[in-house]
Design a binder for this molecule. Structure first.
Ligand code: NAD
Ligand code: WQD
Length: 350
């Protein structure tokens, strides 16, 4: 198949490109490079032993276009020149805190961008899409594990709301035109990196998320971890989340792609998680073990908007997609650590 991957130079996008290319698919990436660098895609080419093309040669397996998803003309040209079978849509802004201060930017980029993408897909008679949603659409669930049938809402920030709005738009679209084939994938907490250590998550500035923060403490770039509260009603008082290895997460997309391929009309929602929750303290211990480095920490106030605990029910994805996460916390931490160390070496060489 030939896939259009929006946001394909980002963290999850690059890992997806590797897996797609390894499975023999052709990949056209569009990204405006607002939160990533082209070098990441060059590393995808290295890992997969492919040439990174600029679109001049249409038969290249991996092609990059620096394009914003809101650029209709560019999208039209891409859909005209490539015979795309399906779209995997990662492009979007994702910083929860930033979204509170820049709501219009988040809605314009994520919601308007998706509408334009969908309009241009429709114009090109292309109706298969996988959308990156998030488990935060469930808000603060009454019970765990979270099933796909749980209510959505109770959202506290524009980022998560932009994802929920897009989900609703896609549902309306499918109702209006059942020829669409759509998967909404609700990610729990993606972490880890490709085992090669060549690609991984590389946030600019001080990381917002736990795993990148811990790894920078282990590297000595940050002094200590601030644990946002240890008085939650959880097994050790710290927040519990369902961390999933990014390679497992990506494999969920390939399973979703196969699933959509067998359907004439479908809108399905799947959780992508492991079904296991880990606390912040457990994450700290696991990373100390993987890296052999101490992770100094202090416990501070709870972070506004955080919930105590959640993890996925994976039963539906297992039954329908035949997909199940394989990697444990140790592998997630080891792969993150390998990537962090190699990335420092690579940056020194630049
Ligand atoms: P990322 O920031 O690394 O990748 C997103 C990519 O999209 C970036 O390369 C960025 O440059 C690009 N982009 C943003 N706006 C664009 C636009 N208008 N046009 C073209 N390109 C644009 O993020 P990621 O972690 O790889 O996340 C991928 C998707 O998964 C996002 O939609 C995100 O909201 C969603 N998601 C991520 C997580 C997570 O924890 N990483 C969890 C749930 C959902
Ligand atoms: C995990 C746990 C924190 C940082 C967010 C988004 C979600 C999705 C994934 C995109 C919590 C604690 C964290 C720190 C800490 N992203 N923590 N100190 O909040 O579950 O989810 O990222 O879609 O939408 O909301 O992930 O990694 O920020 O936090 O104690 O410096 O670690 O309180 O319990 P979260 P996280």
């Amino acid at each position: 198949m030939k896939l259009l991957v929006t946001g394909g130079t980002g963290y999850i996008g690059t890992h997806t490109c590797v897996e797609l290319l390894d499975q023999g698919h052709q990949v056209v990436v569009i990204d405006n490079l607002s939160n990533s660098k082209l070098g990441a895609l060059e590393r995808v080419a290295t890992i997969t032993n492919k040439k990174l093309g600029d679109g001049q040669n249409l038969i290249d397996d991996l092609i990059f276009h620096r394009t914003d998803i809101r650029d209709r003309i560019a999208l039209q040209e891409i859909f005209q020149s490539h015979n795309i079978d399906a779209v995997i849509h990662f492009a979007g802004l994702k910083a929860v805190g930033e979204s509170v201060h820049k709501p219009l930017e988040y809605y314009a980029n994520n919601v308007t961008g998706t509408i334009i993408l969908l309009e241009e897909m429709a114009r090109a008679n292309l109706s298969t899409i996988i959308f990156s949603s998030t488990a935060t659409v469930y808000g603060d669930p009454e019970t765990v594990p979270i099933l796909e049938s749980f209510p959505t809402g109770g959202i506290t920030n524009p980022y998560a709301r932009s994802k929920l709005i897009i989900e609703e738009i896609l549902k309306d679209l499918h109702k209006a035109d059942p020829s669409w084939k759509i998967c909404l994938l609700r990610y729990f907490n993606p972490v880890g990196a490709h085992p090669s250590g060549l690609i991984g998550e590389d946030p600019s500035g001080i990381p917002n998320n736990l795993m990148p923060y811990i790894s920078q403490v282990a590297l000595g770039k940050l002094e200590k971890l601030k644990i946002f509260g240890n008085d939650y009603a959880t097994r050790d008082g710290t927040g519990v989340r369902d961390y999933i290895h990014v390679v497992d997460l990506v494999k969920g997309h390939l399973a979703a792609l196969d699933y959509l391929h067998t359907k004439k009309s479908i809108l399905s929602i799947f959780n992508l998680g492991t079904g296991r929750g880990s606390s912040v303290y457990e994450m700290v211990r696991a990373f100390e073990q993987a890296s052999g480095k101490p992770i100094p920490y202090e416990v501070v106030e709870r972070r506004v908007g955080d919930v105590a605990e959640y993890w996925a029910s994976t039963e539906y994805a297992e039954r329908v997609l035949g997909w199940k996460a394989q990697y444990n916390l140790q592998t997630m931490c080891e792969d993150t650590w390998r990537w962090q160390q190699k990335n420092i070496e690579n940056k020194k060489m630049l």
